[in-house]
Design a protein around this ligand. Structure first.
Ligand code: MLT
Length: 275
């Protein structure tokens, strides 16, 4: 039987800051905004939307350069991504929300908090880090942009998959691996290169951490090598009253590898916000 999608599951597009942004807006209640990792798109949050949209308003956004949003060939910054998100919330008449950002999504949240703290009711920083890139890290981004330009997104998928998923996931969950590969291969080179430049140029956010005053949950996959538990602990130590959850059986994409545990931590930050 072919299931007819619920009307709110349909992707919606809006003209934001001169480009088209795609998003999904599902459910009612407290808005939870989901910001995806590099070089993925909003569909990485499918398990979270499914579990949470019966109680909350789950909004997933394709950041500029990803998924069904425009990927202009130009200079990208994380501040610009944060501006896009806030302009979209203005368009939806949402004043405040809980924000969930994974990895690059977390970097966007630091930029967003710096400029728009009054819009943030609660934060979940997943598999991300507050430190800026090292000189070697910036060089690696430059090299990856060259690979994307010369060999295309499939070459980026080959490099990224072992960084995103645990060895056990790669060996035993081919469907999930395929989903992640499809997301990466569907990302335009302009978006990949734009993100790499934006991430290389991002400022250090360590000094911001003790200024974060909203309920904050830090989450990290136990086997995350890209942004390891030590980075998560650093954020949890410095953000006042932040909670830290380390998710076993997950690497970098902890929301996809262990959605049940990940969703519980979202419920926990939301219940702190609603207290
Ligand atoms: C991500 O998952 O968004 C990236 O691994 C972030 C990064 O490359 O720093």
């Amino acid at each position: 039987m072919v299931r007819t999608p619920h009307p709110t599951e349909q992707p919606v597009q809006a003209k934001i800051n001169g480009i088209t942004l795609a998003y999904n807006d599902q459910g009612t209640g407290l808005p939870i905004i989901f910001l995806h990792a590099f070089p993925l798109n909003r569909t990485m949050w499918a398990e979270q939307v499914k579990a949470l949209s019966s109680q909350f308003r789950a909004i997933t956004i394709d950041l500029r350069g990803h998924g069904e949003s425009d990927a202009p060939l130009w200079h990208y910054t994380l501040d610009q991504a944060a501006d896009d998100v806030i302009e979209l919330l203005d368009h939806l008449s949402i004043r405040q929300a809980v924000f969930v950002g994974l990895s690059m999504g977390g970097y966007v949240l630091f930029a967003l908090y710096r400029k728009y703290a009054d819009r943030v009711q609660g934060l979940m920083l997943a598999d991300t880090r507050a430190q800026a890139d090292t000189a070697e890290g910036k060089e690696a981004r430059f090299q990856m942009a060259q690979i994307a330009y010369k060999n295309g997104p499939p070459a980026i998928a080959d490099i990224m998959l072992p960084k995103l998923l645990s060895p056990a996931t790669i060996q035993t969950r081919p469907e999930l691996v395929r989903r992640v590969r499809t997301m990466i291969e569907g990302t335009q080179v302009s978006g990949i290169a734009g993100d790499l430049m934006a991430m290389a140029e991002r400022p250090d956010s360590i000094a911001l951490l003790n200024q974060i005053t909203c309920p904050t949950q830090i989450v990290v996959g136990e086997q995350d090598l890209a942004t390891p538990p030590s980075d998560a602990k650093l954020m949890a130590d410095r953000i006042p009253d932040a909670r830290l959850t380390i998710i076993p059986g997950a690497a970098h994409l902890s929301n996809m590898e262990q959605p049940g545990l990940f969703n519980e931590t979202i419920r926990s930050v939301v219940s702190n916000v609603m207290r």
